[in-house]
Write a protein that binds this ligand. Structure first.
Ligand SMILES: *[C@@H]1O[C@H](CO)[C@@H](O)[C@H](O)[C@H]1NC(C)=O
Ligand SMILES: *[C@@H]1O[C@H](CO)[C@@H](O)[C@H](O)[C@H]1NC(C)=O
Ligand SMILES: *[C@@H]1O[C@H](CO)[C@@H](O)[C@H](O)[C@H]1NC(C)=O
Ligand SMILES: *[C@@H]1O[C@H](CO)[C@@H](O)[C@H](O)[C@H]1NC(C)=O
Ligand SMILES: *[C@@H]1O[C@H](CO)[C@@H](O)[C@H](O)[C@H]1NC(C)=O
Ligand SMILES: *[C@@H]1O[C@H](CO)[C@@H](O)[C@H](O)[C@H]1NC(C)=O
Ligand SMILES: *[C@@H]1O[C@H](CO)[C@@H](O)[C@H](O)[C@H]1NC(C)=O
Length: 381
């Protein structure tokens, strides 16, 4: 009975759809295949049904990606390339669309799928995070960290690969955990183009162990979203009457200065007040309390005008500005105190001398009887 039902269902599938009124039949595409053409990349390919008549109509194909990320689109070609994380498999379906004047007809779907990448449950890495950085001569570095899977044996060795466009490369230098498993990787220079907008960086981490098959893991990153912006350059800060004036240069980047925004972190060192100001230009003027000393730091990020925001840059070095008037008055009081104390001491000494108090206060040490008599005694009487 079951077999019969399945057979019936299959024949139904194979039968073309007959739109009402028109004598046109729409047949599903044939030989639908899915091929992994690069890391995290699938080539979907099919052929027109040889039985399909075209006459005065247009043939297109409706493609529906079911997993890992649902997506639907139509194309007049018979192939299409998709980038997706493939570790949990991939499935899609396609059907023929026949467009005749204002009539649109569609065939049944044909389905294709890729199985999940092999490996034991829990052996995949988790918590992958990656950051890129534009280095000075227009190169981009890539740094990733991850955690070993809960079920990964102690002897697991992980390997990280990145793919950007057609270039795939393995990590040249890893950092390991206490079990000597790789958990961190740095590419000091990559083929990532710093000026591109919205391009994807594919990261693939597989592994090997004597005790278990390690299931690979893949993740796609928008290159702009994981870029850690460089620090603003040439920051100069000055005081002009009651205003603080700051200017700086945009960070090292192929993007124009209009593409950046800044945070200005100001601390009044006298009152302890902290302020973070968002600034969209390269200079800044602010009324401040001139009796206070301030510390200033600036950091940068891309604004949303040119591309997706990345990570904030590190803070710049601290710049101090202004004189703390409180410190000054303390110094002044201290000096005054010193001067007056010494004056008083001097005065007291003088007075003591004048009143012959000196000797009374500090009587001379009694000396033993004179060995030498005065040879010329003078009679004062
Ligand atoms: C389409 O054209 C073919 C000949 O080119 C003809 O034999 C067929 O009947 C036509 N079909 C329809 C539905 O018009
Ligand atoms: C579909 O594939 C089969 C077997 O690989 C082949 O014999 C057939 O010619 C293909 N059909 C088309 C339309 O290419
Ligand atoms: C296609 O359409 C034109 C007019 O729209 C008609 O003259 C012609 O016969 C049609 N051809 C077929 C094969 O249906
Ligand atoms: C790893 O990711 C999970 C879920 O995203 C989170 O709950 C956990 O705190 C993360 N662990 C670490 C060490 O970051
Ligand atoms: C920057 O990249 C170019 C080629 O892309 C390479 O020749 C050069 O050595 C790189 N510079 C650094 C500092 O990595
Ligand atoms: C890991 O993946 C790379 C790239 O696909 C492949 O060349 C390599 O053989 C894989 N290693 C293991 C241990 O599966
Ligand atoms: C920073 O200032 C120095 C000296 O004032 C100058 O040579 C350099 O070109 C400046 N850098 C930028 C990026 O403007």
């Amino acid at each position: 009975m079951q077999v019969f039902l399945i057979l019936l269902w299959t024949t139904n599938l194979a039968r073309p759809k007959m739109p009402q009124g028109a004598g046109v039949q729409v047949f599903p595409p044939v030989n639908f295949t899915l091929t992994v053409s690069a890391l995290a990349q699938v080539l979907l390919h099919w052929k027109p049904n040889p039985a399909q008549e075209q006459n005065n109509s247009t043939i297109r194909y409706d493609v529906k990606i079911l997993s890992p990320v649902p997506e639907e689109y139509d194309t007049k070609r018979t192939h299409s390339v998709r980038t997706a994380a493939l570790h949990n498999g991939f499935s899609a379906r396609v059907r023929t669309l026949l467009l005749q004047e204002d009539l649109q007809m569609s065939s049944d779907w044909v389905k294709g799928q890729l199985p999940p990448l092999p490996g034991a449950a829990g052996t995949s890495i988790t918590n992958l995070s990656c950051v890129t950085h534009v280095t000075v001569p227009e190169n981009v570095s890539l740094h990733c960290t991850w955690l070993p899977g809960q079920g990964a044996p102690e002897d697991t060795k992980y390997f990280l690969f990145y793919r950007y466009e057609a270039h795939t490369e393995e990590c040249p230098s890893y950092i390991t955990d206490e079990w000597n498993r790789n958990i961190e990787c740095t590419f000091s220079s990559t083929r990532i183009k710093p000026g591109e907008i919205g391009s994807l960086i594919v990261v693939h981490i597989n592994g090997s162990s004597k005790r278990a098959a390690i299931k690979p893991f893949q993740q796609l990153f928008n290159q702009n979203a994981i870029e850690k912006v460089n620090v603003p350059r040439n920051i100069s800060v000055s005081l002009e009457q009651n205003d603080l004036l700051a200017t700086w240069e945009k960070p090292v980047s192929p993007f124009d200065k209009e593409c950046f925004e800044y945070e200005f972190y100001l601390i009044n060192l006298k009152s302890g007040n902290e302020q973070i100001l968002k600034i969209s230009s390269n200079s800044f003027r602010l009324r401040i309390d001139v009796t206070s000393r301030y510390s200033i730091r600036i950091r940068a990020n891309h604004n949303h005008i040119c591309r997706a925001r990345g990570f904030w840059s590190d803070w710049s070095g601290i710049i101090y500005v202004g004189q703390n008037k409180l410190e000054n008055s303390i110094a002044w009081i201290f000096t005054l105190l010193c001067v007056s104390t010494s004056c008083t001491l001097l005065l007291v000494t003088l007075i003591c001398k004048i009143n012959h108090l000196w000797s009374k206060l500090f009587p001379p040490v009694p000396t033993p009887s004179n060995k030498f008599r005065d040879p010329f005694p003078v009679d004062y009487e």
